[in-house]
Design a protein around this ligand. Sequence first.
Ligand code: SF4
Ligand code: SF4
Ligand code: FES
Length: 360
Amino acid sequence: MTEAALNVEARTMRVPIKIWRYDSATGERALKEYVVDAPEWVTLLDVLDIIKDQQDGSLSYRKSCRMMICGSCGMRMDGAAVLACKTRMYDIVQSGHVPVISAMGNLPIVKDLVVDMQPFWDKFHAVKPWLQPGYEEPPDGKEYIVSQERMNPIHKESLCINCGCCVSECNAMESDPEFLGPQALAKAFRFVGDPRDQSDVDRLEDLNSEHGIWECTRCYFCTERCPKGVDPRDSIAKLGAESVKEGIDRDLGAKHAKWFVTSAKTTGWLRETELVPKTQGIVSAIKETRFAMTLALKGKVPPPVPPHVAQDVEESRKLYDLVHEQGRDGAAGIVQGERGIARMEYLHETSGEEPPDADG
Ligand code: SF4
Ligand code: SF4
Ligand code: FES
């Protein structure tokens, strides 16, 4: 062994860690502390392996690939979902913090860090995660080829490894366990956005049902915790935009979204006082009158008449017209917006140029 290799081997650290142990058979639950000596490069999964190997063979957790591919090792560290094989321990140990490891949320615990993934897979299957082809087969048995450019909008959704970290953190699933949830909805967009799939409208109809896309509270926890950059909240926004584009707007959430656009286009401003009558109807608005008056008296909402018009309203009108002229309704508009913002940020960072205005 070389001297360099020996030096690498010599660099070890003492890793303290707490783990919530649980046995669903007995209902026993206990927070146990462990301390292991481990190389500085260890991940959380390596630490669990050392504990299981050297201190307590009954510790239960899932793993397989050890390289962020299989999605088996999702668990919580200090209350936030992580992939154990992606989580390096060095900085945590150096900070003096003792992390608390527990099973993922929103899924029943079987034992220690192992959760029952059946509810996860049930929702996954509910969105029909397979291609329903709607394209003409090329003549002579040739392969139907889709350009990379047309597949790019669903590239990040294709990176999902079904780890469940997003589901673990989902606020909407906590209040409604029947909510389809971020993973299933990201998978649904994977097929709604696939140019080869012919079931877009049927899929969107299903996703607009109870427990569907509009139940999302937009907390962005799924996006924050996803270890693969899938950004499920973005996928849900695109499913909402596609639904409105297809005229599937029966849900209150869709009506809200449509009113936001109308309000921004006409006054460059979200006119909250008109939100309830425009989206929930006049009866609901009358029921909320007293609440609205209280808000108005406290200066929390502006009076509806005359409508407040933002100084730069022309910019939001131009943006609205641009999106329509270019036929960028639905998810394509969101993709275009993302690219535009990325380009502006890039220009700003690399050249110091000011971002372009609405004309630009
Ligand atoms: S943004 Fe929506 S889907 Fe994502 S965690 Fe929050 S409530 Fe769940
Ligand atoms: S979307 Fe991200 S967090 Fe959710 S299951 Fe897929 S890879 Fe895991
Ligand atoms: S062990 Fe496969 S993703 Fe962590």
